[in-house]
Design a binder for this molecule. Sequence first.
Ligand code: PRP
Length: 184
Amino acid sequence: MSEAALPPGVERVLFTEEEIAARITHVAHKISLRYRDARSLKLIGVLKGSVFFLTALTRAITIPVKIDFLAISSFSDKARGSGLVRIAKDLDDPIEDEDVLLVEDIVDTGLTSRYLLQTLAGRGPNSLGICTLLDRTSRRLVQVPVEFSCFEIPDRFVVGFGLDHKQLYRNLGYIAVMNPEKGH
Ligand code: PRP
């Protein structure tokens, strides 16, 4: 795509729609193989960013799969930096004895995922893992086990395919580096 066609503030495309679709198909295949004998596989999306990835991923998974969602909110920006978050919308159903994959659009510091893994582990799932569209390991503050990841990304501000800047840009089909100072 020519730069002229990109929205304000969007500097360059990191991954095209085609590249994203191909990686998601690949990861969905790995998940379908890994959990082929699972009695109940459930993908849990963390609102809102992961919705786009979760729907594409579940469409490409070839074994029976359930979905559920949760939302978290921070007490404040400062609290978020310390990993202090709370569940603002809980799951609709229990996860006891299920094989659960937490689905994220991005794992960054790892604080959100660590909190959610700890919380969900207390509910008796048969297994618990993380599947993320983007992994930015250069910003990790705490180690979390990421079983499935589509792309490793550089330490840049990215938008698209669910990732936002001030709640906009989530609907871009591609993932792009953006300069937030020049955006909407
Ligand atoms: C993003 C992402 C993860 C979290 C990862 O959510 O969806 O939940 O940040 O960051 P961490 O590894 O540093 O904890 P965000 O707060 O942007 O909310 P959104 O999904 O509604 O955009």
